[in-house]
Every structure is written in C-alpha cells, then in structure tokens.
Design a protein around this ligand. Structure first.
Ligand SMILES: [Fe+2]
Ligand SMILES: [Fe+2]
Length: 455
C-alpha cells in the first residue's frame, strides 16, 4: 500500500431519460425528472477537478431498466471518460426489466424499450469490465480491477434472483474469497463495492424487509471480515450510513452505505485510502440546471423528500390503498401493510393534529414533555426524524427535549405495541429500538476508519 488511493463514489443514480420517456408524475424520494440535470452537475464537478480521477458507481444506474435511460446515461459516462476520469460501476436490480434465464420472480417478459440482464455487461463494458483482471464467469457481472499499484477493487453484482433473494450463491462466494486471498497474497489491498447493504443502514431497515439486505448478511459480513475484507461500499437503501461489525475472531468490517444521488441531499462520497485509514467525506451538489421555484436547490430537494413522508402520513389516515402502494418504497410489502391496517390507519388519523404536549397529556406524562417542544406536531417531528435517517444526521441526542419527549411517549406505548406487534423483534425493546433511530452518534457522513490489516 504505497501512497494513497483517492476516489469519488456515487450510487443509485436511477437515471430516467425524460426526453424519450416523457415527464414522470411518479412521486418518490427519487427526483426522476431531475436525474439528467443532477448527473450532469455531478459529472461536471468530477471533471472540473484534478485531484481525483476515479469514480465508482454502486448500482441502480437507471430508473427501472429502460433502454433509453441506459443509453442516455452511457452518453454522459462517455463524456466523463473523455474528461480523463476512470469509471468503475456495478449494475443492480433496477437496471434490467427481465432476465432471460427465467430465474427472476416478478419481472417476467421484456417490456417494450426494456433491457435484459444479459445485455448489461455489453452496454457498460467500457466502465470497468474491460479493465477487469478477473471476472466471475458463472454470473458475468462481478469483476476485479486494479485501481492503482497495491490497490484492488472487488466489483460485486448481487442481483440473486432479483427479488426475494439478492446475494451470492456458493460458487460466487468461493470466487470472491479466492479473489480476496489472491489480492492479499500478491501484496494488494482489496476492498469491495456491492449494491445491497451487508450491515443494516438503520435498525429500522431489516425489520420491515430483510430482503433489502444482502442475502445472508449476518453470515456474509462475518465471512468477509474474517477474510480481512475491511471495507465494503453499498447503496440500495438510499440512506447515508457508516456501520461496522466486529466478529468473534476480532475482525472488523465497515459498510459505507451511500444514499441515492437522485434525491436529497445528493450525497457524493470522497474517499482517501492509505495503509492507516479509509477517510470518508461527504459532499453534495450545491445546484443543478433546474427550476427550483425560487428555493435553494437543497431546500427544493428536501421539500420533495418531505412531501413523500407527509404523503405517507396522509394516506395512512385517508387513503389506505395509496398507503399500500407507497409502502414498498420504505421496504414494507403490501401484505404486511394490510395486516397492520387497523393500527396504521388509527395512528394516521391521530397523527394529523397531535402535538407532543397533547400526546403527553393523553398518556399522563405531560410533565415529561419539556415546555419548549409541547407545541410541536408529532407528524413534523417524525418527518424530520425520517429525513435524518436518510441523510445520516440523526442528531437528537439524549440531552435534547425532543429526544426526552419521544422516549417518554415510547416507553408509555411500549406495552401496547408489544401486544399489537406480537413477537416482532423491534417490539421486544421498543424504547431501545426508537432510541437508535432518533440518535446515532457514529458519524455517517464524514469519518476516519482504521485499516487493521494492511498488506
Ligand atoms: Fe436497489
Ligand atoms: Fe435504488
């Protein structure tokens, strides 16, 4: 590990070719119509500086596998390459509309204008695959590149069956472990990029849908750590998080999970790696070519993000079918949503006007709610808490009145939730669970992570 390695990383660009496909009315955390302008601004930022020439992209390149979106993105990538930047990317489950081998659940036929999984390597050959020093031929989309003398990157495709299981099968895992071993034995430090998180980006994440995690993530994180794979960059959750786990053998793995570029706060990781540490900094776009309706660009994106959460609260109360439609967006499947319909609807209705003070009074804990926050609508506080989870800024520490109020209410409601959510993991220790959501004292945006096993 002579010298240092520097690179940028973005993920979940979800590019949508609005010119070809038409204006999208879709309301989501992702800003689909804006993706082209966002990408242009990000790529111009990369091209305009000379400190870093490597750009990594961790999958979900296109909105939903539209060929037009891929082709437009590739045009932009070509331009970035012509500006002297080296791009290494992986594809993920939003990048194809069907898989010809029929393994895929859900996506069955090729829709007009779609992309098959088998086409992806050819489409993106110039952005990693061509430079591969090893490829996993059983799957065709995982590869290894030599980023610089002494530094290798494992680019892992974890599509699995594309739905109920995203991860690696046994032969894929054996190949991965071989690559780690071969790299280290030849004096190269190796780290990885895969789409699905290997450590939960928030405690709330695996609770609703484990399938959004990398398959067998508990085992996989241990296997990786014990093979001395210390850093893995992931996406998919659209959340900013830096998490770690230390195995029984005392080895640590860090998952640097990065939020979607196509929405608030347009996170861009700037990374430096040397023999001592991996240093992560997070930057965001100050602007891009768009009509922000008089707002600051970040404020515009934040309002778009908040709209989604407010829409969820409103639909909980007044339009449950719409709520079930939205549920997938935060990893709750329709079945689970309908199973919990009664408590969700009730909560939605109460939520519309409920302040922290009123909740305190109803629950006979008014004295525990500080005067300074009694007028705060719980709905608004929750919107902010959710936004903080996605942006990696869970800042309500135990000494804030907001934290104390939320925890007092949670403690009061815990027995009821335990009864309603029969046996669910999170309900066993609801206060502990909620505390982890509102406050995370490990930095998710800027951090210096130690290298324990340099080569
Ligand atoms: Fe994804
Ligand atoms: Fe995504």
């Amino acid at each position: 590990m002579n010298g240092e390695l520097k690179f940028y990383l973005i993920t979940d660009t979800h590019h949508y070719a609005v010119k070809d496909l038409g204006y999208s009315e879709h309301q989501d955390q992702k800003c689909l119509n804006e993706t082209g302008a966002i990408l242009d601004a990000a790529f111009e930022k990369f091209a305009a500086q000379s400190e870093i020439d490597i750009v990594l992209i961790a999958g979900d390149l296109s909105n939903n596998g539209e060929m037009a979106s891929h082709l437009e993105l590739i045009e932009k990538l070509n331009k970035l390459q012509q500006a002297g930047k080296r791009v290494y990317l992986i594809t993920a489950t939003h990048d194809y509309t069907y898989r010809p081998d029929g393994e895929q659940e859900g996506k069955t036929a090729v829709s007009e204008g779609g992309t098959s999984r088998a086409m992806l390597r050819g489409l993106y050959e110039a952005f990693g695959f061509r430079e591969a020093i090893a490829e996993y031929l059983g799957d065709n989309l995982s590869y290894v590149v030599q980023l610089a003398p002494g530094y290798r990157l494992l680019c892992l495709n974890d599509d699995g069956n594309g739905r109920s299981y995203c991860g690696y099968d046994d032969s894929h895992l054996a190949w991965i472990l071989d690559q780690i071993k071969a790299a280290r034995e030849s004096g190269n430090y190796i780290f990885a990029m895969s789409h699905h998180p290997v450590l939960p980006p928030s405690p709330i994440y695996p609770v609703f849908s484990k399938r959004d995690m990398l398959g067998d993530y508990e085992k996989m994180s241990t296997v990786f750590a014990d093979a001395y794979l210390e850093f893995i960059f992931t996406g998919h959750s659209h959340m900013q998080n830096i998490g770690c786990k230390t195995t029984e053998k005392g080895n640590t793995i860090w998952d640097i999970n990065t939020g979607s570029l196509a929405g608030y706060p347009t996170p861009i990781r700037k990374v430096t790696l040397d023999a001592n540490a991996l240093t992560v900094k997070t930057e965001k776009l100050d602007s891009f070519d768009w009509d922000f309706q008089g707002k600051d660009p970040q404020e515009y994106l934040r309002d778009r993000f908040d709209f989604l959460i407010n829409d969820i609260f409103d639909s909980m109360a007044y339009d449950f079918d719409h709520f079930a439609d939205l549920a997938g967006g935060f990893s709750m499947d329709r079945k689970t949503a309908y199973k919990l319909k009664t408590p969700i609807k009730l909560a939605g209705k109460i939520m519309q006007k409920l302040t922290l003070g009123k909740a305190g009074r109803l629950l006979f804990i008014r004295r525990k709610i500080d005067k300074s926050v009694r007028g705060l609508l719980i709905k608004d506080l929750l919107v902010e808490i959710v936004r903080n989870v996605f942006a990696g800024t869970e800042h309500y520490s135990p000494d804030t009145p907001e934290y104390r109020a939320v925890m007092a209410i949670t403690a009061r409601l815990a027995p009821l939730v335990r009864r309603l959510a029969k046996g669910a993991d999170f309900a066993r220790d609801l206060p502990g669970f909620v505390a982890q959501i509102i406050y995370d004292d490990t930095p998710d945006n800027d951090a210096v992570l130690p290298v324990s096993h340099p080569v």
